[in-house]
Design a binder for this molecule. Sequence first.
Ligand code: KG4
Ligand code: ZN
Length: 335
Amino acid sequence: MNGQVKLLAIESSCDDTSAAVLINGKVLSNRVAGQDVHRDYGGVVPELASRAHQQHIVPVVATALKEAGIAASELDAIAYTRGPGLMGSLLVGSSFAKGLAVSLGIPLIPVDHMDAHVLAHFIDEPHPSFPFLCLVVSGGHTQLVKVQDVHTLEIIGRTGDDAAGEAFDKSAKLLGLPYPGGPLIDEYARNGNPLAFRFNTSRMPGYDYSFSGLKTSILYFLRDEKAKNPAFIAENLHDLCASIQYTIVEYLLQNLVKASEELGIQEVGIAGGVSANSYLRKRLEELGKEMGWNTYLPDFRYCTDNAAMIGISGHFRFLAGETGELSDRPFARQS
Ligand code: KG4
Ligand code: ZN
């Protein structure tokens, strides 16, 4: 090992195939191959995702190793996403990781995808101190996580139905925008009035969330307005996007403020695909100043799914001696 830890990390939980190489926790390469095949379907089609992972995984891993200037034979371990995610997609990444680890005679490190989104904050300086409160908002999950240290992550709030990313994507679909609609809502919202329209959100106990009421509220509002004016969406697209984005982001931030106050935590961050949202990023910074928080926004490369975050998570686990077994099976849902 020469005192160095050389890790290959593989992420394949949803519709991005990614491979990264890390030496001593520093990212040397982080390749991501997206999948355009889902565009026409308005969402990720699991079977197509698995097939695309199979096409992408060999070239993506080869490019990540080449870019890092590392031969596979120099690797000390392989970290991979064990779950949660789409089973077929996880099987491609985990089987590839297992095969390569066996052939190289090196250990495997199974990594939890949601933990990895949070731990992406420990890739570059400055790192959050502990305890750290992180709002993880992705296409599949919405969680408020209390991080005691890099091995102790406690989910203190979660959504009972749709995730924040899904709320963005489904709202975008109602507006006739293509998948994934989150980034498009962000874009159109820049020239819109966030207070033009009001939509309902549901009050939930503790630090939990629910987005199904919002979806219904948008659906009925659009149906009624379109009945009066068939061009309503086209004429109000920017205001609609700004108002939807405002509603989702302010709703997300309520529990973050509540948890910070109740738990006395001043180290506060966001993670996951939706943390790329420009309004959420701006509001977190503003709130941070108001509340006296140290705020942490992930680099755009580490917001949406990527293998670098699997790598940093794997690095911490490797140092703690937490390696996995060939018999470890991927899991679609968190237990
Ligand atoms: O973390 P991620 O890449 O994949 C999952 O693990 O789900 O998150 C993808 C989600 C999608 O729902 C996408 O619409 C959303 O992140 N997203 C955004 C933005 N960029 C990505 N939502 C709002 N604004 C954005 N700028
Ligand atoms: Zn993710």
